[in-house]
Design a protein around this ligand. Structure first.
Ligand code: MRU
Length: 342
C-alpha cells in the first residue's frame, strides 16, 4: 500500500503552501489537500482534516507561515498566533508549537521573518518525527519484556496490545506515538496483534486500522465497549495510548474513553502505557482538573433531535498509568514533577 504523508511542504506554486492528507476522507479515499492560507490551516485543524496532538502542533506551525504575507509585523504575528491557538483547546502541542514559532520569529529581523518561519516549522516537524522514533525504540524495549509474562496457549507467544483512538503516524509528522513501539516491535520480527477500539463518535479507530493495514501489522477492530470483556478474558497483554496533554502530576488527557480502558486495565492487572513526546507535557498545568476538555458539536453523535453531550477527551489519573514513554525513555507518571521544562 502507498504511504501517504500526513503533511508536506508544497513549493510548486508562485506562493508556497502545504499539502495535508485529509483525514476526514479516510479510510474511504486518501486525498492530499492544498492549504495556502491561515484560514485554510485553521479550518483544517478545527474540522479535523488534520488531527492528533503532534500533527495539530505541526500544522499550526505551518499555519503561522501561511499567515505571514506582506505584513510580517509583531502585531500580525500576534493575531495569527491568537487565531490558531483558539482552534482546539485540549492538545497542548498546539500551544507548544505556537510558542516556539513566536519566540523564534520575534527574535528574527522583519526582512527574514518569512524564511525564519518556514525554517522553524520544518524544525518542529523534524523534531516530532525524531521524538516519535525514540518513543518507538523505548516503548519496544519495554513491551518486548511483556512477552514471556503472560504465556497464552491459544495464541502462542503473540503479544496482544490494545490501543484507543489514533496515536499512529496519522496523528504525527512521522512514526506515531502509541503506535511507534508497535511498528518497532513488528519490524524487529516480534509476533503481535493489535486490538483497535472504534473510538466513537469520530471513529479514529478506523484510521488506526487503515495505517496498521498499510504496514501489514495484524489487527482487529472492536467496539469501544468490548475492551473490558477482552481484558478480563486475558486477551490483552498491555494497553498503550497517546496523549493530548499530560499534567505536571502525570494525569493524562486523551481521547474520551481512555479513562475507562485504564480502569479496566487496572482491574485486570494489565499494564497501561501512555506514549507521548515532551511537547505533550504541560509543566504549567498542575493536574488533570486544570485541563480544558474540548466540547464538540453534538451533530457528531448522529442523533438529531435528541439531547446530547459530546466531550472529546477525558482525564486518566496518574495512579492508573503504569508508565509514560517519551523520547527520553520510560518514566513513572509521578516522576514528571521533578523534570525541568525542556
Ligand atoms: O480528536 P483527535 O483525533 O485529535 O484526538 C487524538 C487523540 O486523542 C490521540 O490519542 C492523541 O492526540 C495522541 S496522538 C499521537
Amino acid at each position: 500500500m502507498q504511504r501517504w504523508p500526513t503533511l508536506i511542504e508544497d513549493h510548486s506554486g508562485a506562493e508556497p503552501a502545504i499539502l495535508i492528507l485529509d483525514q476526514t476522507r479516510l479510510p474511504a479515499e486518501p486525498v492530499m489537500v492544498r492549504l495556502d492560507s491561515l484560514a485554510a490551516a485553521a479550518h483544517a485543524i478545527r474540522s479535523m482534516q488534520v488531527r492528533g496532538a503532534p500533527l495539530i502542533g505541526v500544522t499550526a506551525a505551518y499555519g503561522v507561515v501561511l499567515g505571514l504575507g506582506d505584513d510580517v509585523s509583531d502585531e500580525r504575528l500576534g493575531e495569527i498566533i491568537a487565531l490558531l491557538a483558539a482552534t482546539r483547546p485540549t492538545a497542548v502541542n498546539l500551544h507548544w508549537a505556537l510558542a516556539r514559532m513566536e519566540q523564534t520569529l520575534r527574535k528574527s529581523a522583519l526582512v527574514e521573518r518569512r524564511s525564519a518561519a518556514w525554517q522553524e516549522a520544518k524544525t518542529i516537524a523534524v523534531l516530532d518525527g525524531e521524538a516519535n522514533a525514540a518513543i518507538g525504540r523505548h516503548g519496544a524495549e519495554l513491551m518486548a519484556h511483556l512477552v514471556p509474562i503472560k504465556p497464552r496457549a491459544s495464541r502462542s507467544s503473540c503479544l496482544q496490545i490494545m490501543t484507543h483512538c489514533n496515536a499512529g503516524r496519522l496523528a504525527t509528522a512521522a512514526h506515531g506515538t502509541a503506535i511507534a513501539p508497535i511498528y518497532a516491535l513488528h519490524s524487529a520480527g516480534q509476533k503481535l496483534h493489535v486490538w483497535v477500539s472504534e473510538t466513537r463518535p469520530r471513529n479514529q479507530g478506523l484510521l488506526t486500522a487503515w495505517e496498521l493495514a498499510e504496514a501489514a501489522v495484524p489487527h482487529t477492530l472492536i467496539v469501544d465497549n468490548a475492551a473490558g470483556l477482552l481484558m478480563r478474558r486475558g486477551e490483552v497483554d498491555c494497553v498503550i495510548v497517546g496523549a493530548d496533554r499530560i499534567a505536571g502530576n502525570g494525569d493524562v488527557a486523551n481521547k474520551v474513553g481512555t479513562y475507562l480502558k485504564a480502569l479496566a486495565a487496572k482491574a485486570a492487572g494489565i499494564p497501561f502505557f501512555v506514549a507521548a513526546p515532551c511537547s505533550t507535557i504541560d509543566f504549567d498545568c498542575p493536574n488533570g482538573e486544570a485541563i480544558v476538555i474540548e466540547e464538540r458539536d453534538v451533530a457528531e453523535l448522529g442523533a438529531p433531535g435528541i439531547p446530547a453531550h459530546n466531550p472529546a477527551f477525558d482525564v486518566t489519573p496518574a495512579e492508573l498509568v503504569t508508565a509514560i514513554i517519551s523520547e527520553y525513555g520510560v518514566s513513572a507518571p509521578g516522576a514528571l514533577a521533578s523534570w525541568q521544562s525542556p
